[in-house]
Design a protein around this ligand. Structure first.
Ligand code: ADP
Ligand code: ZN
Length: 666
């Protein structure tokens, strides 16, 4: 750790509530910055004011200044609780370099150094003291803290207090009480003001932060989520082959990050790129430490141009010149996605963020949520009651749904994200995302389809979400409530694909024709403009019509009925059955052998693993991707996630041995 730098205590003292004050002067003087970034000055003033504050700003946006600048200006020591020891150390080093007295207290320090930091704090020699959350479990520390005049009690990564968050830390639950016993740097009554900072806070997490950290009527500041220089794109792909084709183009010739959801996915992406002559390294938690460090350093120093990683990569990555971030699988939440793409274009130059979107990946994610949590809990060795576990899983499923909605939307991608974070900077359409770029005036056929959809929304009494309305329109009534089964619009779009209609509904909402309630029901209604379009009073509609669904394979395309909305799910199922030849005997045998093994291993009957009917359909269709497999009857999400890869590898090896009908077209 860098030596403690002693500096004079605050030489400019701001009293709470002090009015006009040119903060640009100390900003430049202590931090060397010429001006504030979006939201920063408001934040600094709010923290200076002495009110409790909740600041929600993305990583890298300069949140830290929100407490560091006040810390320099206020009497007393600013305590900063942070769970990330490496970041803590970086910040302390950086502050010391700038001549600001700061120190850190955490378990990785030798006790001598901890003692030294604590003594300096009790003497009032520090502007900032960074503290790891587990310190608050120590009585010794708490007693020492009683003698430190505290300017502000800052909680970084404040979402850690919430079980709704992704990184719950039980020690954070001690912070409200710890803050309450602190004395104030200005000698006033009561505890010092608490300022909570986080990059990710959904409404539930925000509520938890306020309540569990005991914030008192906090000023909430949400800012900085807009990254106008990052162009957002979603590319629908039919399967892994298409991903592999697109990846090298998307990586381009600049610096790029590729994110995959699994270690294997990261390795495969790196292999794909290397096979095209692009030097790419893989990074994930399965690598030995030395290799991880090597890749991280190589990227940081600029030697490695492309890193293909799981979400293990990125903490503290601050390369300003990343030009492209590509996700080959759908991430688990919008928070995770935005954090990862936020590593692009830090230098302010144009950058792109592309999500390769395949609905089959969602099934894998869902499976990971249901299973992954169990892993987590054995790792934590702490008993979590099953109801709590279910609640967490449900939350992750909900977050995933919001991510899916992003991937699926035909509306403005940027606005979708900013709305999610509650950033007031939403301007729709942004004009620069992939969907905005696709907006164009609608021709007659599209307008007619759109008008039918709008009528469907109107007829459904504006009480249903898009899935039900779409099902009603295509006449898929089996699971619909009575109220939707016999409308004049029921079956009006029979023959169309329900998911495509859902995407049209999104497009209509992106174009301002349809409103969606903000609650969990997400009920649809028409806007005044939507009514005008429905009634034919307005003919000029500018909209980003949904891209045709990717067709699932060359073989399936032949039978899929031409151009109509492409790759209709139901139609594909049907055609797969109708157009396939006989099951291939070698594949039937291989699958049966595998099924028997699997059934024994799990001590269940073979048909529980796979019905004969399904097995034969697979042996006839010979799927080559999870997508194709999923399109077969009897292969639901759970089966796909549990056995998909196994089945595909059996099909591939047994199918390759058969003599006829020769190699399949690629
Ligand atoms: P966060 O805590 O939000 O992740 P940091 O506070 O670490 O982000 O800031 C990210 C980077 O931005 C740091 O290198 C910091 O020095 C820089 N920075 C912060 N504020 C400004 C500013 N007003 N002008 C220029 N650079 C800034
Ligand atoms: Zn847009």
């Amino acid at each position: 750790m860098a030596a403690l730098t002693r500096s004079r205590p605050a030489d400019i003292v701001v009293s709470p509530g002090s009015a006009v004050f040119d903060l640009a002067v100390p900003l430049h003087r202590h931090f060397g910055h010429a001006s504030f970034r979006a939201g920063q000055e408001d934040l600094v003033r709010a923290v200076l004011d002495g009110q409790d504050v909740l600041a929600v700003m993305p990583t890298g946006s300069g949140k830290s200044l929100g407490y560091q600048l006040p810390a320099v200006l206020l009497r007393g020591t600013t305590l900063v609780v942070s769970p990330l020891i490496s970041l803590m150390k970086d910040q302390v080093d950086e502050l010391n370099r700038r001549g600001i007295a700061a120190a850190a207290l955490h378990s990785m320090l030798p006790s001598g150094e901890r003692q030294r930091a604590l003594t300096a704090a009790t003497r009032g020699e520090l502007r900032l003291l960074y503290v790891a959350p587990e310190r608050f479990a120590s009585d010794y520390f708490l007693r020492a803290l009683d003698t430190v005049p505290v300017a502000r009690f800052v909680v970084d990564e404040a979402h850690c207090v919430s079980e709704w968050g992704h990184d719950f830390r039980p020690d954070y639950r001690r912070l409200a009480a710890a803050a309450a016993r602190c004395g104030r740097g200005d000698g006033g009554q009561g505890r010092p003001a608490v300022a909570a900072f986080t990059a990710t806070a959904t409404p539930e997490v925000r509520d938890d932060i306020v309540q569990l950290l005991g914030l008192d009527a906090p000023r909430v500041i949400v800012a900085g989520f807009d990254r106008p220089n990052i162009a957002l794109h979603v590319r629908a792909v039919a399967g892994d082959t298409e991903k592999r084709t697109l990846l090298p183009q998307l990586v381009g010739s600049g610096r790029a990050l590729v994110y995959a959801s699994t270690r294997r996915g990261a390795e495969e992406a790196a292999d794909t790129l290397r096979s095209r002559g692009i030097a790419a390294s893989a990074y994930h938690a399965g690598l030995v430490d030395a290799e991880r460090t090597r890749v991280q350093d190589a990227f940081a120093s600029g030697q490695a141009r492309v890193v293909c990683a799981t979400n293990a990569f990125g903490m503290g990555i601050d390369r300003p010149d990343v030009e492209a971030v590509i996700h080959v699988d759908v991430p688990g939440s919008i928070e995770a996605y935005y954090q990862e793409i936020g590593r692009a274009g830090r230098d302010g130059r144009p950058a792109t963020a592309t999500l390769l979107w395949n609905y089959a990946d969602v099934k894998t994610r869902e499976f990971l949520i249901d299973r992954g949590r169990d892993d987590l809990d054995t790792r934590r060795a702490e008993a979590v009651d099953p109801a709590e576990l279910d609640r967490r899983k449900a939350l992750e499923h909900r977050k995933l749904r919001r991510m899916v909605a992003y991937a699926d939307t035909s509306g403005c991608l940027r606005a979708t994200i900013l709305r999610y974070f509650g950033d007031p900077a939403v301007v729709e359409p942004c004009g620069t995302c992939g969907n905005c770029a696709r907006r164009r005036p609608l021709e007659d056929r599209g307008r007619l389809l759109l008008r039918k959809i709008l009528s469907g929304i109107a007829r459904s009494g504006e009480r249903y979400g898009r899935r039900k309305v779409a099902a009603m329109l295509v006449g898929d009534v089996d699971e619909l409530p009575e109220g939707l089964r016999q409308l004049t619009t029921t079956g009006l779009l029979r023959g169309e694909d329900g998911r495509t209609i859902e995407r049209w509904i999104d497009a209509a909402s992106g174009a301002g024709l349809v409103a969606v309630t903000a609650d969990q029901y997400r009920m649809l209604s028409l806007t005044p403009l939507g009514r005008d379009v429905m009634a034919g009073r307005v003919e000029d509609v500018t909209i980003a019509p949904p891209a045709p669904r990717p067709v699932r394979s060359a073989r399936l395309r032949q039978g899929s009925g031409g151009a109509r909305s492409g790759g209709a799910r139901v139609a594909v199922k049907h055609i797969t059955l109708a157009s396939t030849a006989e099951p291939v005997a070698a594949v039937v045998d291989a699958l049966k052998a595998w099924r028997l093994d699997e059934a024994r291993r799990r001590a269940v009957a073979p048909f529980v693993i796979l019905h004969d009917r399904t097995l034969l359909a697979i042996a006839a269709a010979l799927p080559r991707s999870l997508d194709e497999l999923h399109a077969l009857p009897g292969v639901g999400p759970a089966k796909l996630a549990a056995y998909g890869e196994d089945i595909l590898s059996r099909v591939a090896s047994a199918g390759a041995e058969r003599s006829s009908p020769g190699p399949r077209p690629e």
